[in-house]
Design a binder for this molecule. Structure first.
Ligand SMILES: Nc1ncnc2c1ncn2[C@@H]1O[C@H](COP(=O)(O)OP(=O)(O)OP(=O)(O)O)[C@@H](O)[C@H]1O
Ligand SMILES: [Mg+2]
Length: 156
């Protein structure tokens, strides 16, 4: 399901992010099993939702500090038991306040007023957990938000 080579769409996404002044890095741990079952296009949608949110958070932080360097770090690997494919996406957009954190997966919850629908993370969670048997979790990590998508390794 995950392709080691960045396809054209992720190439364009990376270019778009760089245009917004955001550096993106992708690291795949050695010998990672990358095979999982599911719906490729839905999975891509989830990645794009998360990237977009990170871009929004970094962009709004840049409004008050235009010297800051936007960073998105993607790490791909397996858990110790090697039965999960884990994609971690970390940004430096300031993280999520506690009172917001408890609501981010609710449908129509947004802090972006007119410009947000609040559907992105609700949809992402449904895709990963209800439709694909994985898990989508989030935590704050020094100065940013980290999203983790975990999928069972395919039993082929
Ligand atoms: N990386 C992040 N850093 C800080 N806050 C975030 C991050 N990702 C999500 N959030 C918070 O979670 C809320 C819900 O996100 P969600 O993607 O569901 O909706 P949205 O981005 O507001 O709107 P939409 O995705 O429909 O454009 C956001 O409004 C924002 O407050
Ligand atoms: Mg969003």
């Amino acid at each position: 399901m995950l392709n080691k080579n960045m396809d054209i769409r992720s190439h364009l996404a990376a270019r778009f992010l760089r245009k917004c002044g955001i550096d993106i890095s992708i690291a795949v741990s050695q010998d990672t099993i990358l095979l999982a079952d599911g719906f490729q296009n839905e999975y891509k949608q989830v990645i794009l939702n998360i990237l977009n949110n990170s871009k929004d958070a970094i962009t709004s932080r840049k409004e008050t500090d235009d010297m800051m360097r936007g960073l998105i770090e993607i790490k791909i690997g397996n858990n110790a038991k090697r039965d999960k494919v884990i994609v971690s996406m970390l940004d430096n957009g300031g993280g999520i306040p506690d009172n917001v954190m408890e609501k981010i997966f609710e449908p129509y919850f947004t802090t972006k007023g007119e410009t947000g629908t609040g559907i992105g993370l609700y949809m992402s969670k449904t895709i990963i957990e209800t439709n694909m048997g994985g898990s989508l979790t989030i935590r704050n990590v020094n100065g940013g938000a980290e999203f983790m998508i975990s999928m069972p390794v395919s039993k082929l």
